[in-house]
Design a protein around this ligand. Sequence first.
Ligand code: SAH
Length: 341
Amino acid sequence: MLSLLIPICLSSLFDSDMDAVLRTEHSPFLGMYDVPAEYAPTPAAGRVAEREEEELKKGIAELYDESSEMWERLWGDHMHHGFYERDASVSLSDHRLAQVRMVEEALAFAGITDDPLKKPKRIVDVGCGIGGSSRYLAKKYGAKCEGITLSPVQVKRAQALAIAEGLEDRASFQVADALKQPFPDGQFDLVWSMESGEHMPDKTKFVGELARVAAPGATIIIVTWCHRDLSPSEESLQPNELNLLNKICNAYYLPAWCSASDYVKIAQSLSLEDIKTADWSENVAPFWPAVIRSALTWQGFTSLLRCGWKTIKGALAMPLMIEGYNKKLIKFAIIACRKPM
Ligand code: SAH
């Protein structure tokens, strides 16, 4: 029965118009900063964009409300790719270690030090999931970490895990929008976004908010899915590439993608310093095949069925991520920079 259902679901998923809202190709630069007057949206267009953004946020919240428990059961509390040696073969237990290694590699790349005088003391985890990074960083640095997510279910679980680990005074969580963060300016000496940037409909506003809440001299780390950089002769991706990304957007509640160099340009436009970026696509290559294998176990399969349609749709789209990486269209990128003193 299910073998029949899956192809039917797949075709309806990829031909459907139901999430057309998520396919809008608005520029990552269309934000509240530096928008020339002639490109500023009319009030009516502004309202449509607002409604689309609200629908996107609702979809993201529901997707993570629905799927987080299953993810935690199969994969633990880090809801992000693992970092692997290139061309390494890995056993299943290594994947969780690889996810922790991702956190360590990101910190090392950004030059975050263990020096007691310089280590971060106040951290914000933007798009915190169930708080895997928040608790790890709070413990590692003895820091205070505040996590925000759109998913109320994730907040509840993140709080429960913090209490279970005796970290309730150092790791706190709330439902809040990364594009309108509930924090005053200049609060945090480490601003951390692990695989949430791809959900942000306005990349300029996103990086602008990360910079706003960063204290002078603070480090900002963004680890995120990007599309490949365009060549100098290209104005956009090829139609077949856009088509593949649109299918992935439909499944994972993602707006239009941007490249790592787009992030660099945004960081430069905000006068951020020491901007560095790297392509870690090859270091994450074993991850999606492993996620697919875990979904194909009996436990994975029954958990998926219990979760609901949004999660099943996400699972069915996993091979598309592999296709995107194989075609060198999808890039797994890190961007690190510093707010000027
Ligand atoms: N960083 C976490 C979770 C990654 S999953 C980890 O590595 O484990 C993506 C997360 O981004 C989810 O928690 C989702 O709710 C959050 N997110 C997406 N869009 C957001 C937004 N606009 N504001 C706040 N959080 C957002």
